[in-house]
Design a protein around this ligand. Sequence first.
Ligand code: ASP
Length: 586
Amino acid sequence: MDLSTSMRTDMCGQLTSADIGRTVTICGWVDRRREHGEHLAFIDLRDHTGVLQCVVDGSRDLRSEYVVRMTGEVRSRPEGTVNPDLATGDVEVDVNSVEILSQAEPPPFPMDERTGVDETIRLRHRYVDLRKSRMQRNLRTRAVVNSTIRAAMERQGFVEVETPMLIASTPEGARDFVVPSRKEPGSFYALPQSPQLFKQLCMVGGIDRYYQIARCLRDEDLRADRQFEFMQLDAEASFVSQEDVFEFISEAVADVAEAVTGDRPTEFPHITWAESMERFGNDKPDMRFGMELTELTPIFEGTEARVFQAECVKGICLEGGAESLSRNQVDSLVDDAKRWGAKGLAWMRVATGDDGRARLEAGVAKFLSADEGSAVIAALDARPGDMVFLVADARRMVQRVLGMLRLALGRPAVGEGGFKFVWVVDFPLFEGLGDDGKPIPAHHPFTMPHPDDMANFDAGGEALLDVRSQAYDLVLNGWELGSGSVRIHRNDIQSRIFDLLGISEEEAQAKFGFLLDAFRFGAPPHAGFAFGIDRLTALMVGEENIREVIAFPKTQSGADPLTNAPGPLDSAQLEELGLRVLPQAT
Ligand code: ASP
């Protein structure tokens, strides 16, 4: 792309031997200076396209990160100084005029990409950090992700509708950020945890296919894949089934992957929540590797071995683990399993017996009968040299612990193993029963129960835990990209859900009255989805931490070292808002 302006003719990273002989003017930051003989200096000049070697008069005071404009002739580098690692490594500019546009203090951290820098310092001087090629790549890729999503959604007939930031609470299960009202002291707006209720209102409003690249705000503990504020592709469509939603979203995500990597993913398999829990031990299966959880319960029915007398026994097999894992490592895995909630972790090495066949040894092997041992080997398809791990416990615990162990032992690094998408479907409607006996919704309370499970839904009580919902997640490489559901569009079912959740009619009216009112005026059946753009971009560029793909993120503790937010308000502002701050309990 031609990026020339009234101040420059070319970009630093774009000059090649084809430009030899041209007089060019370039602008940028001084990346590095090296003295060259007595009178000359090499300046590596940097802009977002790359760096270019410039030969200048050595008496000029040009320091790191000075912003300069240089004019000179492009020539080939003298033999022996060609740098094959650099796109512009064949050429240099013989500079005849230098203009300093801005002086700069020494940078707060080395600009060398390979030097690790404390994150707080990077964030305090984010404007300097952003000049590095990694951040340039990440932010520019993010822009491609956004524009590709927009194009894909619009091609499929979706209309971008903006929804407000100052609203009443949205029930996504996190804490709200709130904004005090000056006009009505004592009253507060909530910032949207998502545009959920507004997009449903758009459906009642006949928009038919809505999308928005929406900012969502949730006050919850931060992690590598979580920020207080994050961006979602938020979408909703009318007169659709969940299959239609899968198509719309898979299309957008495939476009993104193709735009960023050049490869278009074609496989978007489906797995039910129940199957995912059984095979992978969690609801966001990382399908880049095998090591699936194998059912061993029938083998241990009527077993003499006390450790395996449990509701459920499952195992995983680590290929070559008998050799690759030291005893210390095994002991620390056993400790991990206990920390994750298991009573213990049974392990055994697979060796070759005297009869030449695989047999289990060490660990708990002595408690197994010969038949049990060979059945375990056969079920896990274990070979001599492998290590097997078994957990016997309540089914949920077995799934949880072996699921975590599988990840700890086999999960590829973030940029490895390609992209494996999977739709997880048929989530339970409720996560469990709370201490008060009331069910806890697994998604938000506007999620439609599965049509085949309405009898259990009507029966109530424990039967509710067997009710599936029409909720689904899209998972990429073991990361939950996003969630969605078919919505309840009938007030009778919605009222019943509120009732089950212990939300009284008055409370429902006070909190979601506007949605319930809207449903009385002709609501089409509708369904939708939202996925996190920060996570998708991070995975696309191979970053573990979403902060690396956000221009100005908060630290893990929620602070912004750049602007010093959050900070106190002055007393006049508090007064105006009708607020008084209580002294901090120490
Ligand atoms: N609003 C939901 C969320 O942010 C997504 C959806 O159900 O469409 O997770």
